[in-house]
Design a protein around this ligand. Structure first.
Ligand code: MV4
Length: 444
């Protein structure tokens, strides 16, 4: 096992990594920006190194500064958390060329699966169902029109380097497709410096179901069941739950086996997630892979009893995955609400500032992953995640009841949070019935 690692991240995930390391007996070095200098979790790390100003480009995204901190602190590995540099293959390559282990998959996996056109190709080769669409990238409008004529409208244009819905367009006819293609291309070029696009048949009112996997360096791959992340707004997930209320055990087994097959075919290592869309007829299609630990990982931990962060670090340190698939049990149901410092009454405008009162939810079956407390100031420089409220119960209905109680207990102010929105959702008949699609929050 490593004796010391560096955490190249901030906020709740930095704290989550510190917690895993404490239990593993690994020393932690956390880097921070000037905006985070008073953050409480800095006290819990063995060492904290300021790497620059608030602006991510000058701190959490600044590779030379992070590598310098790692060299000075003499760490054996870097954990990137999620966001920032977590899926940056160039960063992983630099870490490894400096003889610092990057806690994540190989550079090759990050490059191939990080490119969505490439990921689609790999999935097809592995005989995993993908959404009908272009075989490769689409060079120009005319080619897009040809493919759309073949698969039928509506189609969705996506960026090969895509993320967060940028460069994504839905087209209902040829004229529509031509103009959307051009605007998607320039958007992708600006956002990712990569204008490559591909197209897929547009799946109406899909559900987003993703499968968690763990894979070691010796070819052992297991899945840890699925998470349903259908409740989103503008491509930001709000609520995640497991098991998915949208699929039965037969589909669950098939989708989880597909993820394992794909991970094995791609020679994937470390923790990863394979995302699928599920249509109204319960057919599922692979859409993309996430080569990082995800925000919503705790719900999987709660139903399986497996600590994903600890396994991520153990695998990176070269340990063998000693959990057999048949021993990955699934007990009950878990739900997570991402509590954001945003005002749901004012179109989710960010609500940064000092937290004057903070009364956490507690009691049986509740987990609260947060780095904040009364007196903490939410910075306007970073995402507005205040914490993740997670409940686990014997079944979905009990979990909903526990979440309602937790949301009722949880008091944060005077900053605005998304708690009132969740109170509404957890009393909404469609959510309670598990009958929602990706348009649910917008309609609400
Ligand atoms: C789609 C789709 C419909 N058909 N692909 C959105 C983010 C990206 N990860 C994939 N996304 C979608 N891809 C096809 N072929 C609809 C979406 C989509 C979506 C997916 C899951 C959850 C919320 C969503 C909100 C809007 C669009």
């Amino acid at each position: 096992m490593f004796s010391r690692i560096l955490i190249a991240n901030r906020g709740e995930v930095a704290l989550r990594i510190i917690r895993a390391c404490k239990e593993l007996g690994v020393e932690t070095v956390v880097v921070y920006s000037e905006a985070d200098k008073n953050a409480g979790y800095l006290e819990l790390a063995d060492q904290a190194i300021c790497i620059g100003p608030a602006s991510p480009a000058e701190s959490y995204l600044n590779i030379p500064r992070i590598i310098s901190a790692a060299e000075i602190a003499n760490v054996e590995a870097i954990h990137p958390g999620y966001g920032f540099l977590a899926e940056n293959a160039h960063f992983a390559e630099i870490c490894r060329s400096c003889k610092i282990e990057f806690i994540g998959p190989t550079v090759e996996s990050m490059r191939s699966l990080g490119d969505k056109v490439q990921a689609r190709k790999i999935a097809k080769e592995a005989k995993i169902q993908t959404v009908p669409g272009s075989k490769d990238g689409v060079a120009d409008e005319d080619e897009a029109v040809k493919i759309a004529a073949k698969i039928g409208y509506p189609v969705i244009i996506k960026a090969a380097a895509g993320g967060g819905g940028r460069g994504m367009r839905i087209a209902h006819n040829e004229a529509n497709l031509r103009s959307s293609f051009r605007s998607a291309q320039s958007e992708a070029e600006v956002a990712f410096k990569d204008a490559r696009l591909y197209i897929e048949k547009y799946i109406e009112q899909p559900r987003h179901v993703e499968v968690q996997v763990l894979a070691d360096n010796y070819g052992n791959v297991i899945h840890l069941w699925e998470r349903d992340c259908t409740i989103q707004r503008r491509h930001q997930k709000l609520i995640e739950e497991t098991p998915s209320p949208a699929i039965d055990d037969k589909v669950r087994e098939e989708i989880c086996q597909s993820a394992v097959k794909l991970a094995k075919y791609a020679k994937y290592t470390n923790a990863g997630t394979f995302e699928f869309l599920v249509d109204k007829r319960k057919k599922f299609y692979f859409i993309e892979a996430n080569t990082r630990i995800q925000v919503e990982h705790p719900i999987t931990e709660m139903i399986t009893g497996i600590d994903l962060l600890k396994w991520q670090i153990k695998i990176a340190a070269g340990e063998k995955l000693d959990i057999k698939q048949r021993n990955v049990k699934r007990i009950g149901a878990a739900i997570e609400c991402r509590i954001n410092a945003e005002d749901p009454e004012k179109n989710f405008t960010p609500s940064p500032g000092k937290i004057e009162f903070f009364i956490p939810a507690g009691g049986p079956n509740i987990r609260l992953d947060t780095h904040v407390y009364a007196g903490y100031t939410i910075s306007p420089y970073y995402d507005s995640l205040v914490g993740k409220l997670i409940v686990y119960q014997s079944d979905r209905q009990q979990a909903i009841n526990t979440m309602r109680r937790a949301l009722d207990e949880f008091r944060i102010g005077p900053i605005k949070t998304t708690i009132p929105l969740y109170q509404e959702i957890f009393n909404h008949p469609d959510f309670i019935a598990g009958k929602v699609d990706t348009g649910f929050v917008d309609r609400l």
